[in-house]
Structure formats: C-alpha cells, structure tokens
Design a protein around this ligand. Structure first.
Ligand code: 9MR
Length: 445
C-alpha cells in the first residue's frame, strides 16, 4: 500500500485542459449556479478561494498602509500579501552588503499580524537593481547576487510562503532566449545557482520562477520557461513553483489556452501560482476575463493561489487601464462579482499542490468535439498503467458513450478503469443544460 493510498487527498493529480469555450465562456446557466452558491459560500475572495484550499492574494504598497479604506479592503478580501516594491533588490540592499529591511518588514509584519501569508518578491532580477549592482559584471556580480539571495532569504526565513527567486529572466518575442542581462552574462547557470542558495537559506519556502507573457502555451517564451523548469526538475534543481504574472491587456490578451499552460506546467511536478493578475478593461468584458482566469486556476489542482497586483484601480501600476477588482473609491466592480462567483462555483482539486514525485498519477482532461446537445471529453493518464479515474460531471450531465476504458455510472461521478486499450480514453456527455467541462482525479490502483 502506498503512502498515497492512506492519504488520498495528497495522492491525486489533476490537470484539466479545455478549449477556449470551456475556459473563457460560461453559460448563463453556469453563472446562475455560481450566483446561488456564492450566497451559501465565501462572501470574500479569500473565503471563496479557501473553499478549494487556495489562497487569494494582493500586492501591497507600504506607503498605503495608512489609508484605512485600502487596509480595510485588503484585510477583508485577501489572505496572501506580496510587497509591490519593498523586498526588491534596490530596496533591500541599497549599498553593497548593507541591507535595509525596514520597508519589507513593515509589510511582512502587517501581513502576519493580520493572519496573512507572504509571497516574497523578488531575490534576483535584472530590473530595480541598486546602482552598485547595475554596474557589476562577471564573478563579482555572481557572488554579490548569491550573497543577496542568501541574506534576504535568511532574514525572512520562516515567514515566506513562496519566494519569486528569479524574476523575468527570458526575452519576449519569438527567440525563446534568456534575457541578455548582467546576471545572464555571469553564466547560464545563474538561475539554478540562485535557487540553490535560496533553498539553503530558507528550506521552508516554496521557490518559484516568476515571469510575464508566459500565459499563451504556443508562445516561444512560454515554451522556453517550460523547458527550463522541465530541465530543473530532471536535474534536481530545487524549484517548487512557477509564477504567472498575468498582466493582461490588448497587447497580451487572456489566451484561450491558459488552462492548458497552467496544466502543462503543473504536470512537470511544480505548483503554479497566478502572481500579479490585472486585466485592462471594464464592464462585462473585463469581468468575463477575470472569470476565465479563476476557472483556469480552479481546473488545475496544482494552481494553488491567485494574487492581484493591487487593491483598487487607483493603486495599480497602470491605473488608467482600470485593471483591478475595486474601483478608485473602493467599490466592488463587476469583475469582482464574476471572480467571486467563479471561485464559489468551485473547481477541481484542493489546490494544496500534492506531494511531488511519490508515484501518483496524472490525468489530463481535454475538451473535444462539441454539438448542441452533447460534447466529447478525452482523458490521458500518465505515470501508471494501473489507474482509476473519477470523473465529476456538472449539473444534469449524463453519459452517452465511452471508448477505450470501462466507464461505470451515468451521471454525478463516473469511474473509468483500463480495458486493455492503453491510457487514453474518451466519453460523450449529454449537456442537459450544463455546458461545463467535468473534472477528473486519477488514483493509482
Ligand atoms: O508595480 C510595480 C511598480 O510600482 C514599480 O514601479 C515597477 C518597477 O519595475 O514594478 C512594478 O511591479 C512589477 C513587478 O515587480 C514585476 N512584474 C511586473 C510588475 C509591473 O511592472
């Protein structure tokens, strides 16, 4: 009997991959369900996210902690805090080897005093370097960077849920290359060196690679980060999570394969976190995009939390895009309601990320052909040939047909087991008014 069998909660792996329609479009019927459960469930973002074991976070600016409207909203809605600027390199090491933690400590203390967890942002980055570091190259820079990682992670040891160890190390565009920075010029292994130093300094923190424009699965930058994480996992470099900044606007719209991106990274054995979410826009269009992001995270078990990059629109680094969940007067926007309802409607998985590398199995769920009254879903199990997949249908959905597996049950939760046709199988479901993609959990038998 495996350890996982005694702890089914932690042995599951779930990745649900859907089409644009599955992720980004929610029917009126689903919205209705969400609204109903919202009343019975979480009335704040943190409470609604916590129903599936996830956190909901926010970037906090230290100089706004004296604004009572700001702190009231932040305290009520969020249970994870990221310092917007106060833990960056220029703030924490303004002169070489002279550390200043006062601004960072103010935010960490506020968070901990209010029962919140903290994401550390960020230990190694080409941007917001102090002047002395900007002018450095080569081995002196490498050593200074490692010293910075060690000193800052040691100072905050035990207080950090996840560290953005390295931020934004890849080029935009089609090259898939590393960004040409002074840190990169110290040698291609600078990223893994930073992760090793961070692990040594704070073994209890999850260590993340964090970047932007990594949302669309087909983009070269996304693929490049994916390949790095896969390589790190295969060589035992201590990486636990990947942060998706998720700054969306017309130049970087919410992609219809976001779900797939999160799921594919999670399948490498890392948690995924949405770390700096903001979406330019307003009204229903913005609200639907927020909903799509919530649904994409909920559909991936190892998507363990979502943070927005500021409280009110007026607090945003790009305030004119009105990209956040509260307006400048602290009122909840439509995007807030859609996000809350989506969280309350729930998803798959408990979001605790499971326990990597213990022989659990993974099931990738893909939404396939669609008709007016029914649709196909295919499943691919990895890691084992002895499996059982529990498929949770939504609403009144019922089974019409299945192939390449033995499927029992017709509604509610179906169970699929191998029938000698390998690890890929499929089902056809009648919608009966519910268009959502079912979730699935794989267990090794
Ligand atoms: O929101 C931050 C803004 O106040 C700073 O001026 C800016 C400086 O680079 O950094 C902003 O935060 C960035 C984050 O640290 C990394 N991802 C992109 C964010 C928005 O630029």
């Amino acid at each position: 009997m495996t350890r996982a069998r005694t702890s089914p909660h932690r042995r599951r792996r779930l990745i649900s991959i859907g089409t644009a329609a599955a992720v980004l479009l929610t029917s009126a019927i689903t919205t209705g369900i969400a609204a109903t459960s919202a009343q019975a469930a979480g009335s704040t973002l943190q409470a609604a996210a916590a129903e599936s074991g996830r956190y909901f976070g926010v970037a906090i600016a230290g100089h706004k902690l004296s604004d009572s409207q700001y702190t009231t909203i932040a305290n009520r809605e969020f249970n994870m805090v990221t310092a917007e600027n106060e833990m960056k390199l220029d703030a924490t090491e303004p002169n070489q080897n002279q550390f200043n933690f006062s601004a960072g400590d103010q935010i960490v203390n506020w968070a901990l005093q209010n029962g919140k967890q903290v994401r550390g942002h960020t230990l190694a980055w080409h941007s917001q370097q102090p002047g002395w570091m900007q002018n450095m190259e080569g081995s002196s820079l490498r050593n200074a960077m490692l010293n910075h990682v060690t000193q800052v992670a040691t100072h905050y040891r035990g207080k950090i849920h996840s560290w953005d160890v390295v931020n934004e190390a890849f080029e935009d565009g089609s090259s898939g290359a590393r960004r040409n920075s002074n840190l990169q010029r110290t040698g291609n292994d600078w990223i893994e060196a930073a992760f090793r130093a961070a692990r040594q300094a704070d073994p209890g923190a999850k260590l993340c690679y964090n970047d932007y424009n990594t949302d669309n699965w087909s983009h070269a930058k996304t693929q490049a980060v994916y390949n790095m994480v896969r390589d790190f996992k295969s060589r035992g470099v201590p990486i636990d999570c990947v942060g998706f900044q998720a700054h969306f606007n017309s130049g970087n719209p919410v992609p219809n394969n976001y779900h797939e991106t999160l799921g594919n990274f999670a399948a490498l054995g890392v948690d995924v976190q949405i770390t700096e979410l903001d979406i330019a826009g307003s009204g229903t269009s913005q609200a639907e995009q927020y909903r799509g992001i919530m649904q994409a995270c909920l559909a991936v078990e190892r998507c363990t939390g979502i943070s927005v990059w500021g409280v009110r629109d007026s607090d945003s680094w790009r305030a004119s895009d009105t990209p956040l969940l509260f307006d400048g007067n602290g009122n909840k926007k439509l995007a807030y309601s859609y996000a809350l309802d989506a969280l309350n409607a729930g998803g798959t998985g408990d979001g605790d990320g499971g326990d990597p590398g213990t022989g659990d199995c993974t099931v990738v769920v893909t939404r396939a052909e669609e008709w007016n009254d029914r649709f196909n879903v295919t499943f691919r199990v990895t890691d084992t040939s002895s499996w059982r997949v529990a498929i949770r249908l939504q609403g009144g959905q019922s089974l019409q047909n299945s192939w390449n597996a033995t499927v029992s049950g017709t509604s509610g939760t179906l169970t699929a087991t191998p029938n000698g046709n390998g690890n890929s199988f499929g089902i056809t479901l009648y919608k009966n008014g519910s268009t959502g993609t079912p979730s699935a959990t794989c267990s090794t038998t």
